[in-house]
Write a protein that binds this ligand. Sequence first.
Ligand SMILES: [Ca+2]
Ligand SMILES: [Ca+2]
Ligand SMILES: [Ca+2]
Length: 632
Amino acid sequence: MNNRRSPGRDINVTGVWERNVTGRGVTVVVVDDGVEHTVQDIAPNYSPEGSYDLNSNDPDPMPHPDAENGNHHGTRCAGEIAAVPNNSFCAVGVAYGSRIAGIRVLDGPLTDSMEAVAFNKHYQINDIYSCSWGPDDDGKTVEGPHQLGKAALQHGVMAGRQGFGSIFVVASGNGGQHNDNCNYDGYANSIYTVTIGAVDEEGRMPFYAEECASMLAVTFSGGDKMLRSIVTTDWDLQKGTGCTEGHTGTSAAAPLAAGMIALMLQVRPCLTWRDIQHIIVFTATQYEDHHADWLTNEAGFSHSHQHGFGLLNAWRLVNAAKIWTSVPYLASYVSPVIKENKAVPRSPHSLEVLWNVSRMDLEMSGLKTLEHVAVTVSITHPRRGSLELKLFCPSGMMSLIGAPRSLDSDPNGFNDWTFSTVRCWGERARGIYRLAIRDVGDEPLQVGILRQWQLTLYGSMWSPVDIKDRQSLLESAMSGKYLHDNFTLPCPPGLKIPEEDGYIITPNTLKTLVLVGCFTVFWTIYYMLEVYLSQRNMASIQGCRSGHCAWPQQSQSSREVGTELESVPLCNSKDQDGVDSENGSCAATSGFLAPELLCEGDWNLSQSSKIVQDCPQFQPPDLLQGKDGQIC
Ligand SMILES: [Ca+2]
Ligand SMILES: [Ca+2]
Ligand SMILES: [Ca+2]
């Protein structure tokens, strides 16, 4: 906040607070192992409306103590965002005026569907999702969100925040000492997330931090033992005191970014998820660090794989947010899948493949300048970690999208893995893209083969001139002259999206709904016929009151159709056994309405293809057994 040891190495937030920008009206949710919302630095800002516990399936995300004294992570992240000031206790959050919610999801096995629910939970209440977790940082994992998680991220940016889009902040990862790289982390690599790395109090990349071409920016965290870590709220369960001075890792950096974004949303609530990314690119500050490979792209933005576009600066972010009008709609271009089947040579040689994106290619979408650039590759190789992939944009800007990893000896290569880079942000989209792949391994292994690749460009119809204009507009706003309450730009109204109703309907759910609908219609018709026919035949069956009522054997199809006259219950004690076996599980316990209820339960759990077999058909005997006394 105010770094006396290394002046200037801070998040530059105090001037923003002085102008009453504290995150008021914004809700940040920590998706983690729970949030102890009763500790005094959290309680006043806690949002129960935005919270949920997916591990125990209840609305209260209170962490559960465990043997390792471990589930304090979410509480620590929450404190960085919204810890209460001026209470003579512990820390103060970056956005101490914001509301803080918790989603408990990491205390147990994390499934794809849980992850998807977490990403969209209360997404009209929660504005920013702070996610300080990801795949294993062991330097040999290539992993990302699966089908549902991916769909939820996409759905969140389209429907969350009244259509302005949920903001997903993710940490770059802590596998630095294992040579890990966040381009192998599908959460960091996703275009829908804001990927945040860490620097220590001196501005250097700590030993644990991961670098990658898709990193947007960095902010502070702990470093070596001699350096200070982050002071924040802690749980007071087990050995916790409610306060810690030892929070570190990229886990500690992402929540600071989430807090700074909350400040931006207070001054301009209609910023879209892409506006936030743009403003970070436009305002993050490059600084001297001899270890960083800063490279300035054609649009004038400097990026390094270690520090992204630089340090997040709350003052610059908020001033830019205040005067920011939304970037035009997202335009994209997808190349065909380009089949290559070419060998990957050993370093220093490399395989180079090209793809030309012409004016005609971009005409339809209107794409002129770039945001994210993604490359999806399939490469076979006996040792995946020996591969090095570089992507060159038309300007010549190089991104190391696939960094070699010494520990990754996976023999399967890459199978449709998507790498992404932000390094060409703001550059023109047209021109020749070049992918260079080489094998940097030293063992004489079998040679790798580039099977196929595909290029995807994301951006907008902004021209390079529009980008330059926006850059100079923002620089003119940095004096703080617009940061008073009287200055406001009009905000478009958001969409009215009912909470959670817009959740993805999968084809299977749809099929199930159709089947349930058909069954209901069938059941109604059948029941009406049944009642009608029963009444008509009342006289003829009066005589069997004391005997067993049973259903004569008949074909499945006739029961399904339900229009046969034989479907009238008859009295025949010999057929009782047949009835029971046909009735299956519904028969034993069901009363008049039970078959329907049981079946519905089954359907919720089963695939639609199984429904017909798993769930007993409507069985007329059940329907009528309960009425023995009256009818038979
Ligand atoms: Ca709970
Ligand atoms: Ca405090
Ligand atoms: Ca990682």
